[in-house]
Design a protein around this ligand. Structure first.
Ligand SMILES: NC(=O)c1ccc[n+]([C@@H]2O[C@H](COP(=O)([O-])OP(=O)(O)OC[C@H]3O[C@@H](n4cnc5c(N)ncnc54)[C@H](OP(=O)(O)O)[C@@H]3O)[C@@H](O)[C@H]2O)c1
Length: 267
């Protein structure tokens, strides 16, 4: 049975590629967009079981779904991957660059350079190449398109351990702006989503430890972690005609975490 998301009716039937849909935020995006009636091309890398769970979670919507595997650290695999994804429904209306690696490493450690290169390949070079291919194919097909780049609050304010991750996300936000400026004339909109702390399978064990939860949730003004559904709803908003005049923006969704800055808490 098809369930329609009443908030974004224009998304029904839209063909959307979501990268990194095998877990976490990508899986939440797939759920919300399937409920909105989108036709989905779901990408995964090394976790086919996770992708099966995503497929299970959306099967009741009855939407058409295709799946495509790719390792984005192998940059030469990106063009054939994109061509498969584009061909799945004879074109795409939207691209969600969500796949990413959350690398923590200290710059003075010996292995930092490799981690840095790997992170930049997956988090920035791959979205750059996918976005460029998407824009070229949309222009050739004389159609409009929408890109959502899943960035992070680390693109705006970051901390120790995140040289690679922070650089990749700040770069992604800059790419969002450049592509918005270059491609507006072709009817292609590009925006970033900047999530704060969103527990996912990878982080449940750590973030739901009572001491960690107290520390993190205590620092978030709205008093809770984000959910993958929060991120899915924001992605639907950015893909929909509700934001037809919005491009080159970074939409921060963090419960107010970085709005606080580093000010000590006042009583
Ligand atoms: N969770 C948060 O608090 C948070 C906050 C801000 C931003 N984000 C961003 O949200 C996005 C999703 O992260 P998540 O938290 O949902 O983590 P996640 O559950 O670990 O999801 C990461 C996704 O990226 C894919 N991926 C990893 N390495 C890849 C590679 N080499 N090639 C292609 N795909 C690869 C994974 O595929 P496989 O599992 O199939 O390998 C998976 O689908 C990331 O861009 C992350 O930076 C997350």
């Amino acid at each position: 049975m098809q369930q329609n998301n009443p908030v974004f009716p224009d998304l029904k039937g839209k063909r959307i590629l979501i990268t990194g849909a095998s877990s976490g935020i990508g899986a939440g995006m797939a759920k919300v967009l399937a409920e909105a009636g989108c036709r989905l091309v779901l990408h995964y890398h090394a976790n086919p079981e996770g992708l099966s769970r995503t497929l299970d979670s959306i099967k009741d919507t009855g939407v058409e779904v295709e799946t495509v595997q790719s390792d984005f650290s192998q940059l030469s695999s990106i063009k054939p991957f994109f061509e498969k994804a584009w061909a799945a429904f004879a074109g795409l209306d939207g691209l969600v660059n969500n796949a990413g690696v959350i690398t923590k490493s200290l710059s003075l450690k010996d292995d930092e350079a490799d981690a840095y290169d790997y992170t930049l390949a997956v988090n920035l070079q791959a979205p750059y190449r996918l976005s460029t291919l998407f824009a070229k194919y949309c222009i050739a097909a004389e159609q409009s398109g929408v890109i959502v780049n899943n960035s992070s609050i680390h693109g705006q304010a970051t901390c120790e351990w995140f040289a690679a991750y922070g650089s990749s996300k700040a770069g992604l936000d800059a790419l969002t702006k450049v592509h918005a400026v270059e491609w507006g004339q072709y009817g292609i909109r590009v925006n970033s989503l900047a999530p704060g702390v969103v527990p996912v399978e990878r982080t449940f064990d750590v973030l739901y430890q009572p001491a960690m939860e107290k520390k993190w949730v205590g620092a978030i003004p709205v008093g809770r972690y984000g959910t993958v559904e929060d991120m899915g709803m924001a992605t639907a908003y950015l893909l929909s005609d509700a934001t037809s005049w919005m491009t080159g923006s970074v939409l921060t969704l963090d419960g107010g975490l970085i709005a606080r800055g580093n000010y000590p808490k006042r009583d």
